[in-house]
Design a protein around this ligand. Structure first.
Ligand code: HEC
Length: 210
């Protein structure tokens, strides 16, 4: 056997080399899978036109996240702790000037929220007062009030109103259930055409808050 023949035979019989050819396909398959995944991912992502930002948050949700802390981003918006936390901030900036930090109000001017039968009554009634405001005669804990509370529907979001309602129903010694955001949305729709403040306890009592 001459040298050349010997080499050819060796190459032919080399089991390693012939079998190693099969492994060439592995990187190709991996690259194909990778590219395929990328194309599929991008297609699915770009089809969703409601996305305002690349990180999957919608514009309103990112705005809401900027106005609140990071916990409300990950938690259920109707989570009790999230509503209480937001509600406390809404109360401080929106209600406290009149109803006071203690919720005790000011005699003959601003009625108390602490142990108020209106705060601890039907949740929809409380939401209705915050949405549309109130004027005329109302009795709170046996005291008569006759002032004006402005409507907040143009100023607070449904989430703000659910949060502050939950907060006042669970502060100042009050202990009630949370008020879900959907309840505010529902009442907003039901009272959409309303432009007047509630006319005192007479009109509030005439409503069916179920
Ligand atoms: C500008 C002052 C003012 C602000 C701000 C205000 N209120 Fe009032 N609120 C009043 C007055 C005055 C009344 C009584 C109205 C009447 O006499 O008919 C009242 C009545 C109420 C009542 C029913 C009576 C009671 O004491 O339970 C509730 C509940 C209430 N307010 C909650 C709130 C909440 C929650 C906020 C914040 C989102 C708020 N108010 C902001 C002035 C205010």
């Amino acid at each position: 056997m001459n040298f050349k023949q010997d080499r050819l035979e060796n190459e032919k019989n080399d089991p390693l080399e012939s079998s190693s050819l099969r492994y060439i396909n592995i990187p190709i398959v991996l690259i194909a899978l990778f590219v395929g995944f990328g194309v599929t991912y991008l297609t699915l992502r770009t089809q969703d036109t409601s996305l305002g930002l690349g990180d999957s948050r919608t514009v309103p949700s990112s705005n809401a996240a900027n106005n609140s802390d990071s916990t409300s981003e990950t938690k259920d918006p109707n989570d009790f702790a999230v509503l209480m936390d937001k509600g406390k901030r809404v109360y401080t900036t929106t209600c406290q000037a009149c109803h006071q930090a203690t919720g005790a109000g000011v005699p003959n001017a601003f009625p108390p929220l602490a142990e108020s039968e209106w705060v601890n009554g039907p949740p929809k009634q409380l939401v209705a007062i915050i949405l549309h405001g109130l004027q005329g005669e109302i009795h709170v804990k046996g005291q008569k009030f006759q002032g004006i509370m402005p409507a907040f529907k143009g100023q607070l979001t449904s989430e703000d109103i659910a949060a502050v309602s939950t907060y006042v129903r669970n502060s100042f010694g009050n202990k009630m259930d949370l008020v879900p955001i959907e309840m505010v949305d529902q009442l907003k729709e039901e009272t959409q055409s309303r432009t007047l403040l509630w006319n005192g306890e007479t009109e509030l009592k005439a409503q069916n808050w179920e």
